[in-house]
Design a protein around this ligand. Structure first.
Ligand SMILES: C[S@@+](CC[C@H](N)C(=O)[O-])C[C@H]1O[C@@H](n2cnc3c(N)ncnc32)[C@H](O)[C@@H]1O
Length: 264
């Protein structure tokens, strides 16, 4: 608790806005992805799905696969509880969407689909893009598939099972990937492992986004180690998530803490 309070104060004090960004490429990205608030047609439709989830009192079984939840463990929960605890915010999902658009990513991977909202946002970026989303809870996967019968994202592929088994198998198959969103199993070592595994398949210009990088001391340590990896050329810490840039376009390493638009 104390660590969290200190961490947020430290972030607020060290975070910058557009005036502190000296790299032209990162400045452009800030303007078009982080600060921009264009609303795309798909957002409205997907936020309807969020609202349906937030009203749904049906129970769904929960599997403890990762670091667990700060809301306590239960073998089943109402769908509305899962939605309010797990789903990324509209702002976060819009940033992911605009980021994919801005860097023209085409082959996207997501670790941790939950109820599928983020997976649908990723798939909505373009019908030409391919999204492979991993999720360990079979009840969640079933719900996502049912919802996708209505939404019709043919470019979304779900892989069910524990990442520790399914992700290495996927990597073995030699996929082409240029964008990875890691949002499941928020343990320090697991997060580092998924990052290192991701480096085996991602393009040299690729982007890796890690969710909840300040969620725990372990996640803060994982983020620090990941930023320092030799293949990382720049990073942006938006507090709720961190963006890792591998592209050699960022010759000088730059690590920025940026106040997200919702805080400015
Ligand atoms: C925070 S939620 C994902 C939220 C979603 N990306 C969003 O933004 O709406 C994390 C998900 O990862 C899944 N998960 C955690 N650890 C896992 C593991 N080791 N293998 C497979 N799935 C896992 C959980 O079941 C949960 O649905």
């Amino acid at each position: 608790m104390l660590n969290r309070a200190f961490d947020i104060v430290w972030f607020t004090l060290t975070a910058t806005n557009q005036h502190g960004i000296h790299s032209p490429s990162l400045f452009q990205l800030y303007e078009h992805v982080i600060r921009d608030d264009r609303k795309f047609h798909a957002f409205e439709k997907l936020e309807v799905y969020r609202n349906q989830l937030l009203r749904n009192s049906e129970k769904i079984d929960i599997l403890e696969l990762g670091a667990g939840s700060s809301y306590g463990s239960a073998s089943s929960k109402q769908i509305k509880e899962v939605a309010s605890q797990q789903l990324s915010s509209p702002y976060q999902l819009r940033v992911l969407f605009r980021l994919i658009e801005w860097v023209e990513a085409e082959n996207i991977v997501e670790l941790g689909a939950s109820l599928g909202l983020s997976s649908f946002y990723l798939a909505a970026t373009s019908t030409k893009n391919t999204v492979t989303s991993f999720e360990g809870n079979p009840h969640f996967v079933k719900l996502i598939k049912l919802q996708n019968l209505r939404l019709g994202f043919e470019n979304l592929h779900l892989i069910e099972g524990n990442f520790d088994k399914t992700y290495p198998e996927f990597i073995q198959s030699g996929p082409k990937v240029d964008f990875i969103f890691i949002d499941g199993n928020h343990r320090e070592q697991a997060t580092i492992d998924y990052f290192l595994q991701s480096l085996k398949i991602i393009d040299e210009d690729g982007i890796i986004v890690l969710d909840d990088i300040h969620w725990s001391l372990g996640m803060q340590k994982a983020w620090k180690k990941i930023k320092a990896h030799e293949r990382v050329n720049a990073s942006i810490d938006l507090y709720m998530m961190g963006i890792i840039f591998l592209s050699p376009e960022y010759k000088e390493k730059r690590h920025l803490n940026i106040r997200p638009r919702i805080w400015t």
